[in-house]
Design a protein around this ligand. Structure first.
Ligand code: NAD
Length: 453
């Protein structure tokens, strides 16, 4: 059988796009409904693939992957007609007689390059928005979750003509081939280092990009926080998916006065959520590869373990672990952790925390636990970060009404819900001028025009 080249994949999609087949909003809705139907049909296969690749429990798979996709599908199908409608907007007095509108126009062939940590939703949520906006999609899932990648390929093939959406499987080599083509939009989710490679490739063709990257997201527990709730919500946000979550709290600041009490509560919360022997908990996610496990095992030497610390290299599992006494220069504080290790730093004043955060790259997320509206206001207004929560973790990700994205080193652009639709649409401005009269002062021959100058 002849294998199809990347150039052919993209050329076929461009031809399909140019034929106008993706322009009809009704046809897009039908495709999204078909995708939902195919996903529901193969749900058990997706759950099994997530279990094989990451040991993801059914609860986590629904709550953090499938549930999010169904929410996006429902929300998008419900609102797509309104989003796609040309928007009539104000016309300035100087343009009297004319009307103005903005038309959402699809870019064309969009590439979606996805990571392995939430391998279903981080592939399909952008795909849903790209299709809704009228683009074609070449999806490149992560090779590190191979069972999910195969299942996604099957689902996409059943729901779409390959000219409308298709999957290309493989590692960085395949991504590189895809990025060498002239694409009309690139949506990348992954590491900062690869994000720079993607942006360099995009620059060669002047292709617009969204970069959903990572980084070190701080979590702050102030002395007036509801400590028991903070402990439970932080344990959930950090150890879900064994910490392999782009917006997981990376490290923790806890006010000195409440540190001892908070550590006890955090230990209890971890036990409540993952049991007293997390390594034996069949619902606890494993580390994705031996290489990632070895990296995390090394980080465990960068501080004093005060909670957890157990690990099993053969099964690639690490218990929820809290470290104290870490040095800012240690690798665990220099790199994004992306695993179930939580360094804890105690602080005396919120100013000290704010200068430590401001001195580092803008994080993807920031979490703040406090009852003080003044502290909430200062931290959220004065520090730059992608997004976050007050008195919670991760939950901002689950709303189709909140755009998700980074700033600075944690990425550019955002998506979810309406924002995904506009991310994948060019906003074309159009002024329709009257022919019933012609204003003389716009012309260089006008005496009024000269007076104005
Ligand atoms: P990664 O950057 O290694 O890989 C992401 C994708 O890029 C994969 O499909 C991979 O095959 C491809 N890729 C790898 N090397 C490439 C290269 N040289 N050229 C082109 N493509 C290449 O990231 P990962 O390890 O899969 O995911 C973890 C990272 O992703 C973390 O940094 C995490 O914070 C980030 N992330 C961010 C978000 C977000 O929404 N902002 C979500 C999940 C993960």
């Amino acid at each position: 059988m002849k294998t199809i080249t990347m150039a052919e994949v993209v050329a076929k999609q461009r031809k399909w796009f140019e034929s106008g087949k993706t322009r009809s909003v009704d046809a897009r809705i039908q495709k999204l409904e078909k995708l939902r139907e195919v996903m529901q049909k193969h749900e058990q296969k997706l759950l099994a693939a997530l279990k094989m690749d990451l040991n993801k429990s059914e609860f986590d798979a629904y709550a953090m992957e499938l549930g999010l996709i169904y929410t996006e599908l429902r929300h998008t199908i419900k609102h797509i007609r309104g989003w796609a409608k040309p928007k009539r907007i104000k016309t300035a007095m100087t343009h009297i007689g004319s009307t103005s509108k903005v038309i959402s126009e699809p870019y064309g062939v969009a590439a979606v390059i996805a990571p392995w940590n939430y391998p279903v939703q981080l592939a399909l949520v952008p795909l849903i928005g790209a299709i809704a906006a009228g683009n074609t999609v070449v999806l490149k899932p992560s090779e590190l979750a191979p069972n999910v990648a195969d299942t996604l390929a099957m689902i996409v093939a059943e729901a779409f003509e390959p000219e409308w959406a298709t999957t290309v499987l493989g590692d960085a080599k395949v991504s590189t081939e895809l990025l060498a083509e002239k694409l009309d939009y690139i949506f990348f989710t992954g590491s900062v280092g690869v994000g720079k490679i993607v942006m360099t490739a995009a620059a060669k063709h002047l292709t617009p990009v969204t970069l959903e990257l990572g980084g070190k997201s701080p979590c702050i527990v102030h002395k007036d926080a509801n400590l028991a709730l903070a402990a439970k919500r932080i344990a959930f946000g950090k150890f879900t998916n064994a910490g392999q979550t782009c917006v997981a709290p990376d490290y923790l600041f806890v006010h000195q006065e409440v540190k001892e009490r908070f550590v006890k509560l955090l230990k209890a919360a971890i036990e409540e959520l993952y049991g007293s022997e997390p390594l034996q908990n069949d619902s606890y996610t494993h580390i994705i590869s031996d290489r990632h496990f070895a990296r995390l095992a090394d980080f465990m030497n960068d501080g004093r373990i005060i909670i957890g610390g157990d690990k099993d290299a053969a099964r690639r599992v690490i218990a929820p672990t809290v470290l104290e006494g870490v040095d800012w220069q240690a690798p665990v504080m220099q790199e994004e952790i992306f695993g179930p290790l939580l360094p804890l730093i105690s602080f005396h004043s919120i100013e000290e925390v704010m200068s430590a955060v401001a001195a580092r790259s803008h994080p993807l997320a920031l979490y703040l636990f406090t009852e003080s509206t003044e502290v909430q206001r200062r931290v959220t207004r004065e520090l730059s970060f992608g997004g976050g929560c007050i008195n919670d973790t991760l939950m901002h990700m689950a709303s189709p009404h909140l755009p998700i994205g980074g700033v600075g080193d944690s990425g550019m652009g955002s998506y979810h819900g309406e924002k995904t639709f506009y991310t994948f649409s060019h906003q074309k401005s159009l002024l329709k001028q009257t022919t019933r009269f012609d204003m003389p002062f716009r012309y260089p021959t006008s005496k009024w025009g000269k007076k104005l100058i």
